[in-house]
Design a protein around this ligand. Structure first.
Ligand SMILES: Cc1cc2nc3c(=O)[nH]c(=O)nc-3n(C[C@H](O)[C@H](O)[C@H](O)COP(=O)(O)O)c2cc1C
Ligand SMILES: [Mn+2]
Length: 460
């Protein structure tokens, strides 16, 4: 009964695979999508299992969450050792950069099995997560649009608040390619059509979350999904616009943004652990809802899940760039205390004085949301906060090892970056170079317990 591997381009196959492996919690009782669903999901957050809510009050459709909240689960699903995930992800992106594998248009796909006669978002089990969230949110859908000038596709993930039967309000962070597409549409007094594809696998999710530094504007980042899948991603056309939808998605909404029309959006509990504030943001009209015959709605709880999507993608990109630019860089980790993308810990085997500082500067340049970068030697476990603290406590010289950069662009959701402007800090916690014996880390000689007669009693 156990499948060898899941088809990661298809969420139904992934859910089946999780189930067969004992990695799916099934919530059979009916749950309220307003707060109760998130409250239950939080009990399983970061654990080794994802969660399927089979009955959601007010909707015929189940809800799935938790695909990204454990790297261990993700590693198993992608059939890769956990520690190699950033390198694997950056490899797929590099493959795509050198040999793009464009998506293909197919005549039909599961997502077109049902097209609703009318648009009524209330039929969907859209959850309200945090206590003060302004309403139900789509937060795991993949947005596909096209540059109004060139017709080249762009893909991203944005959150959408439900503000009416057929209306959403969207949050587009500064600098996103979607912001650029919208500005171009506005300049031509056109609406910006897009599709919102919900219920997809990690290949497409990662393609959408690939940072602009790795997928510049004007490249069709859907090809990254093809690289993960090992074959071209399949799209189906829409009847209303020129923007395609993902053939294998659970749901696809055909939408448009009306330039200049705004609606209050927020508050929304962000991955930062703070609420995004209410402000007028672009209004979206939903023109058509398609879905599979038996679709599952996907949602993401702000927190661990985002650390392993945006965070993992950022990590992969910083690792790839640092390894290209700074000799000796061995590994990169975006800490969870740093919300998954504000604090990078870089491991380096320095061969020359000053390379740790080169790594600091290169990391900031490679991923603009970073606020802190800590560089440590290769005898420090970058995934262990206590070990990193040990390096800071014993190797960082506060006078020479702290680099503060003022007035620099950062992440607007970070409360220390109002209007996306703030200060960043780098910590060089590496030993002075050349290395001297007083900084050599003491170690016990590794031993084996194999073949030894040792009694370990239970604690009474
Ligand atoms: C779960 C999740 C939620 C996200 N929410 C938003 C959002 O609300 N607004 C936004 O601008 N970016 C959001 N992002 C980040 C963008 O999707 C990501 O930076 C993407 O690379 C942007 O695409 P672009 O490079 O084509 O602009 C989210 C990412 C994830 C994984
Ligand atoms: Mn893009």
């Amino acid at each position: 009964m156990a499948q060898v591997a899941a088809d990661i381009s298809d969420l139904a196959s992934i859910i089946q695979w999780l189930d067969a492996r004992g990695r799916l919690v099934r919530v059979r009782s009916e749950v309220d999508p307003a707060h109760q669903l998130a409250g239950i999901a939080a009990k399983f957050e970061r654990g080794p299992r994802a969660v399927l809510f089979e009955k959601v009050k007010g909707s015929a459709f189940p809800v799935f969450t938790g695909l990204y909240w454990s790297r261990e689960l993700l590693g198993e699903l992608l059939d890769r050792p956990v520690l190699s995930l950033p390198a694997y992800v950056s490899e797929c992106i590099r493959d795509w950069q050198t040999r793009p594998m464009p998506p293909v248009l197919v005549r039909n796909g599961p997502v077109r099995e049902v097209t609703e006669d009318t648009v009524d978002l209330s039929i969907l089990p859209v959850p309200t997560h945090a206590e003060l969230d302004g309403g139900p949110y789509f937060d795991a859908g993949v947005v596909i649009t096209k540059d109004p000038e060139t017709g080249i596709r762009n893909t991203s993930i944005q959150r959408f608040q439900v503000v009416g039967r057929d209306r959403l309000a969207i949050n587009i962070d500064a600098g996103r390619h979607l912001e650029l597409c919208l500005a171009k549409a506005a300049a031509r007094s056109q609406v910006l059509p897009f599709t919102l594809n919900i219920g997809v696998g990690p290949g497409l999710h990662f393609a959408a979350a690939t940072p602009a530094e790795a997928a510049p504007f004007g490249t069709d980042e859907l090809g990254i999904a093809s690289r993960f899948h090992g074959r071209p991603l399949e799209l189906v056309g829409s009847s209303l616009t020129t923007v395609e939808m993902v053939a294998d998605a659970m749901f696809a909404l055909e939408c448009e943004i009306m330039p200049g029309e705004l609606h209050d959006e927020g508050p929304f509990a962000e991955v930062t652990g703070y609420y995004a504030t209410v402000a007028p943001r672009p209004l979206v009209r939903v023109r058509r809802i398609h879905h599979r015959r038996h679709p599952v709605f996907q949602t993401i709880i702000s927190g661990g899940e985002v650390f392993n999507s945006v965070g993992l993608l950022g990590e992969a990109n910083v690792l790839a760039l640092l390894q290209k630019q700074v000799p000796g860089v061995k590994d990169v980790y975006f800490s969870h205390g740093g919300c998954g993308f504000y604090h990078a810990v870089v491991q380096i085997a320095q061969k020359r004085a000053g390379w740790a500082r080169q790594a600091l500067m290169a990391a900031f340049a490679a991923f603009p949301p970073l606020k802190m970068v800590t560089v440590v030697d290769d005898d420090v476990d970058i995934r262990n906060a206590a070990d990193v603290e040990w390096a800071m406590a014993t190797r960082l010289d506060p006078r020479r090892g702290i680099l503060v950069i003022d007035n620099v662009f950062g992440h607007g959701l970070n409360p220390t970056f109002p209007d996306y402007l703030g200060s960043k800090v780098g910590f060089d916690a590496t030993r002075p170079f050349p290395h001297t014996p007083n900084f050599t880390r003491a170690r016990v000689k590794p031993a084996t317990l194999d073949g030894l007669d040792i009694a370990v009693p239970d604690i009474r």
